[in-house]
Write a protein that binds this ligand. Structure first.
Ligand code: ARG
Length: 457
């Protein structure tokens, strides 16, 4: 029977019930609902609704139910309860009879669902932070072993200046660091307990909500009951953190796909994260990376969907808000899968060092060096930029790299060029010179790796 049967004389239409029920997805909140119920039962003792003995009986039955849920979470789906809150209550009544009917005193499903989803989000933040850290460690580990792998760095997908594979890895460590801290920020804000807000106006029982918040692992109780049952900011914040992190992961995936292409051939992905073609026997496709890139779209869609659902909703609770769950469940599952998959991709990666070096030597990515060389010899930068531009045009016509031109050839464009130009045109010199904080100089990269290792230990 539905929780609200008294007011109704007709049963719900089967089609409406299917449309309205949320058990098929909110069964994932069973653990939180049970823990919240135990917390609430203790609060009811403090206001004389339950005796200590009754509370103990309820707590014991709820703990039994928790064990059953843990052993078979999907078992819940067999039931035709409306949602997880009615399911827990009806199972409790099955176990302890009438006493179970006292638990909902002073509580509403509105503050209950607000609590459950917040507790679920808090737990998920910890798990996600763990996955993000693991991926960062993998990136740092990869960086450690690829400090010597010089490759072209790109802007506009044109070879720009030489970098190292290690420096590329460390760029993603930084993005993930910001994702990690966004999770921490969101966690701090969601750490306010809404239980005890009733349906919207507060509970009519004088419970100590700060005590209740502490019992349920929150830092404090929310301040306004109307806001407490209407607030889904934590869901939006997590979706936004997930969406932005997926933007990072999809750039990682796209870089990998390019590096792994036949044209670049900078890296070889492991057989463990690639798949073959049913027709073309030679193919080894970067499916793991393509899926990471592709799944970014659906996580970003979940963020937009949630914002649209909340936009213009009148206070306080509206059934629209039941739509929060499938989006956040799917988005956070997807994000976590992608973070874990990115770590797996890195695990088996082979960097083709000869090939990356060869590519770095081509494409005139040391042209800036030549310009700086002329500047050091007294040529104003704007003029030197122009001179080097002309020199590059000449070198392209000759099918030569800059360092393959003779001093006489250089002198056609600027007579300040001497033998010492060759040392500064080397890849090593290009890297070494970029030694200001955050630059690609091998010394700075080694420092960055050491610092990150310590921070992530
Ligand atoms: N299944 C509902 C949800 O997820 C629980 C809250 C129901 N509250 C109500 N007033 N109908 O939002």
């Amino acid at each position: 029977m539905a929780l609200w049967g008294g007011r109704f004389t007709q049963a719900a239409d089967k089609r409406f019930k299917d449309f309205n029920d949320s058990l098929r997805f909110d069964y994932r909140l069973a653990e939180q609902d049970i823990e919240g119920s135990i917390g609430w039962s203790k609060a009811l003792v403090s206001v004389g609704v339950l005796t200590t003995q009754e509370q103990q009986q309820l707590e014991q039955a709820l703990n039994e139910l928790l064990i059953e849920v843990h052993s078979n979470p999907q078992g819940i789906l067999q039931d035709d309860a409306e949602d997880i809150h009615s399911w827990v209550e009806s199972k409790l009544i099955d176990k302890v009879g009438s006493l179970g009917k006292k638990l909902h005193t002073g509580r509403s499903r509105n503050d209950q669902v607000a609590l459950d989803i917040k507790m679920w989000c808090k737990q998920r933040v910890i798990e996600l932070q763990h996955s993000v850290r693991q991926l960062q460690r993998k990136l740092v580990h990869t960086a450690e072993h690829t400090q010597h792998a010089v490759m072209p760095g790109y802007t506009h997908l044109q070879r720009a200046q030489p970098i190292t594979f290690a420096h590329w890895c460390m760029a993603y460590v930084e993005m993930l660091e910001r994702d990690y801290s966004r999770l921490a920020d969101a966690y701090a804000r969601m750490n306010a307990c809404p239980l005890g807000s009733g349906a919207l106006a507060g509970t009519a029982y004088a419970i100590d909500r700060e005590q209740l918040a502490q019992d349920l692992g929150f830092s404090f109780a929310t301040r306004n009951s109307l806001d407490s049952v209407s607030d889904r900011d934590h869901i939006v914040e997590l979706l936004s953190t997930a969406a932005l992190s997926m933007a990072h992961l999809s750039r990682f995936a796209e870089d990998m796909i390019i590096f792994n292409s036949g044209e670049s051939n900078f890296v070889e992905l492991s057989d463990r994260v690639t798949s073959g073609s049913s027709l073309m026997p030679q193919k080894k496709n970067p499916d793991a990376c393509e899926l990471i890139r592709g799944k970014a779209g659906r996580v970003m869609g979940a963020l937009t969907g949630m914002l649209m659902t909340l936009k213009g909703l009148p206070l306080a609770y509206n059934k629209d808000m039941q739509e929060d769950k499938e989006g956040i469940f799917d988005a956070l599952d997807t994000w976590q899968d992608c973070v874990d998959m990115a770590a797996l991709v890195l695990e088996g990666i082979q960097v083709n060092v000869e090939r990356t070096r060869e590519a770095a030597l081509k494409g005139y990515s040391n042209a800036t060096e030549l310009a700086d060389y002329l500047v050091a010899k007294g040529v104003p930068f704007r003029d030197s930029h122009h001179i080097v531009g002309e020199t590059v045009v000449y070198a392209i016509k000759q099918h030569k790299a800059l360092e393959a031109l003779s001093v006489e050839e250089f002198k056609q464009f600027s007579d300040v060029v001497e033998e010492d130009v060759y040392a500064i045109l080397s890849l090593q010199s290009c890297l070494d010179k970029r030694c200001a904080k955050g630059g690609v100089s091998p010394l700075r990269v080694a420092e960055a790796i050491a610092e990150a290792k310590q921070r992530l230990a």
